[in-house]
Ligand binder design. Structure first.
Ligand SMILES: [Zn+2]
Length: 230
């Protein structure tokens, strides 16, 4: 398996299951990673491997029953017993790892105001219908933004740039552009490493974004080695 090139702000590491992707700007703030398809969630041993890779106990991995909603779960004194129905997690607990799973959707890992945008379907592969433009307009998005996000290459079907849309939302929310880092990897174009619902339908697995409120540089990396690519 050849790992795809990533921008200088990202790097691959070798974990117990295979490769993982990390963001350099997040390292001093939060232990984190994006998994690859080699980690086959949701098997129990996969969750344990994930916990070990970011240095938390096996029962301190918090994941969600993701529903494409807008609820945010704040993890404070007690860890949720069952997976909450939500799509975002927030915590300052250094002993807990927060997990979001995706197969084309855009996984965001945020520490303070540094944002790592993980692999997601790119505008190269995300054909959409005009009904989606109407839905975005109905949701209150301004026309100039819709024109940025929905691309129509010459004589081709309309494409949606979901990573660009997320980036613009972050900037509009006050995050400085220099603090937003995107992996640039399209899930549908790297099926040997990533997973894509658009490309694989119901057979698609999920990649996970994992983050923990503890700097990566403050502890000896547990078994992870950086993969040098020339
Ligand atoms: Zn693509």
């Amino acid at each position: 398996m050849t790992l795809p090139e990533v921008p200088p702000g990202f790097y691959w590491t070798e974990e117990s299951w295979g490769a993982a992707l990390r963001c350099r700007a997040l390292d001093p703030i939060a232990q984190h990673l994006f998994t690859t398809r080699q980690l086959q969630l949701p098997a129990d041993e996969a969750w344990r491997a994930l916990a070990a890779a970011v240095g938390v106990a096996g029962d301190h991995v918090v994941s969600l029953n993701q529903v494409h909603g807008r609820d945010v779960v704040v993890v404070r004194d007690t860890l949720p017993g069952e997976r909450p129905k939500a799509d975002a997690l927030v915590s300052d607990r250094p002993d807990a790892a927060l997990v979001v799973r995706a197969a084309d959707c855009v996984p965001l890992l945020i520490g303070d105001v540094v944002v790592a945008i993980g692999p997601a379907i790119g505008p190269c592969c995300y054909e959409v219908g005009s009904d989606l433009v109407d839905a975005f307009a109905a949701a209150g998005h301004e026309r100039y933004l819709i024109d940025r996000w929905f691309l129509t290459p010459r004589e081709q079907k309309m494409r949606l740039d979901v990573v660009g849309a997320n980036r613009d939302h972050l900037v509009l929310a006050g995050v400085r552009e220099e603090n937003i880092h995107a992996s640039g990897l399209c899930t549908a174009m790297h099926l040997d490493v990533l997973t894509s619902y658009r490309a694989e339908k119901e057979h698609a697995g999920r990649i996970a974004g994992v983050i923990r409120a503890c700097p990566r540089t403050n502890e000896v990396s547990r078994g992870a080695t950086t993969v040098n690519r020339s």
